[in-house]
Design a protein around this ligand. Sequence first.
Ligand code: ZN
Ligand code: ZN
Length: 241
Amino acid sequence: MPRADPEARRQYAAAYRNREGVKERKRENARALRRKRAAERAKQTGKTLGKNGYCLIPIEKRFWEKVNKDGPIPSHRPELGPCWLWMACRTPSGYGQLGLPGKDAGIVIASRFSWELHNGPIPDGLFACHKCDNPPCVNPAHLFLGDHEDNARDAAAKGRIFRDGLAVRWNYFRNKKECPRGHPYTTESTYTNPTTGKRDCLICKRIAKKKWDQAHVEHRRQYRNAAYHRNKAKKTQQPVS
Ligand SMILES: [Zn+2]
Ligand SMILES: [Zn+2]
């Protein structure tokens, strides 16, 4: 080996570092170290060890971390006791959501999971329905199993479904005294569409406008700029004779 040639020396050193098996052995050592550290961490924190050496919190533990047992007592069934409220992620209709362990494992409805945790698996096609009529509740004593028809009948009995067609629905909305955010429908704060009779809350509209303006400052600036130049061009234009 020509010692004097620095380029050759560098090449020789690189080849020595990359020789067969060394990189692979280094990777294996790193993996073993990671597994060892993860095991120590798991021992300290009481977590279980996943397949790839990562710490996993058992799903039951994660479930209980998100439950608040001091929920409201249902007013129509006080003998049931307090609801257990789901304090984590919820669907738009209020049902709790719990992520399942593992990649692409998906999520499960928390009340369903609660039933399965306490009473065993739910057969296909059945729902965990709420006696307390409170979607985020996961108290197993407030749940019962029913099929789709039970669920719909239950909802209808509790007045959550309009069964009498459009007239009833129309009356329901016409008799409302306040907007969905709770602003009263007075003559000053309401716009009534003369054709359809639909009412709009002006307070809500003002809030929405303000929010939009704040979110689109740059857009508004550009719009103003464009309008300015447009008007300027119009003024300097020579009238066509
Ligand atoms: Zn409940
Ligand atoms: Zn409003």
